[in-house]
Design a protein around this ligand. Structure first.
Ligand code: HEM
Length: 127
C-alpha cells in the first residue's frame, strides 16, 4: 500500500468516498436531495481542495465554511452528520493508502470538521 502522492491518488480517494456517502442513511441525502449540484462539477472541486491541502498545489479557490453554512440553512447539519462524514472519510483513506499524507488527510479532515461544527453550532444558539 502506498501513500497519497498525486492528483490521481486523490481522485480515486474522493470517488471511493462518495461511493460510500451517496447510499449512506445519515448523510447521503445532503448530496442527493438537499443540494442541486452536478457531480461533474463537484468532484473536481473536492479533488482540488484535497490537492491543495495535502500536496500544496493551490488548485482550490473557494470557501468551504460558507458552503456548509449555506447547506446548514437548507437542512440542519448536526454533530452526528459530521461524525458519519469523518468515519466514512477515514475508512476510505485507510482502505486505500498508508503514510504521512494519508495520516494528514484524516487529521486535517478532523480539524476542519471541528471548526465547521463549532461555527454551525454557534449559529444554532438562540439570539
Ligand atoms: C456533515 C458533514 C458534511 C456534509 C453533509 C457535507 C456536504 C457537502 C455538500 C452537500 C457540498 C456541496 C455544496 C454545494 O455545492 O452547494 C459540500 C461541499 C464541500 N465540502 Fe462538505 N460536507 C460535510 C463535511 C465536510 C468536511 C468535514 C470537509 C472538509 C474536511 C468538507 C469539504 C467540502 C468542500 C471542500 C466542499 C466544496 C466547497 C466548494 O464548492 O467550494 N465537507 N459538502
Amino acid at each position: 500500500m502506498h501513500d497519497i502522492q498525486t492528483r490521481e491518488d486523490i481522485e480515486l480517494l474522493v470517488n471511493e468516498f462518495y461511493k460510500k456517502v451517496v447510499p449512506d442513511r445519515l448523510i447521503g441525502h445532503f448530496f442527493t436531495r438537499v443540494v442541486h449540484f452536478t457531480w461533474e462539477e463537484h468532484i473536481p472541486v473536492m479533488i482540488s481542495f484535497w490537492e491543495t491541502v495535502l500536496l500544496g498545489q493551490q488548485s482550490y479557490k473557494g470557501n468551504p465554511m460558507v458552503k456548509h453554512i449555506e447547506l446548514d440553512a437548507l437542512y440542519p447539519l448536526d454533530p452526528l452528520h459530521f461524525d458519519r462524514w469523518l468515519y466514512l472519510w477515514q475508512e476510505t483513506v485507510r482502505q486505500l493508502y498508508a503514510g504521512d499524507k494519508a495520516n494528514e488527510a484524516v487529521d486535517r479532515a478532523h480539524s476542519i470538521a471541528k471548526i465547521m461544527k463549532a461555527k454551525i453550532a454557534a449559529r444554532h444558539l438562540p439570539g
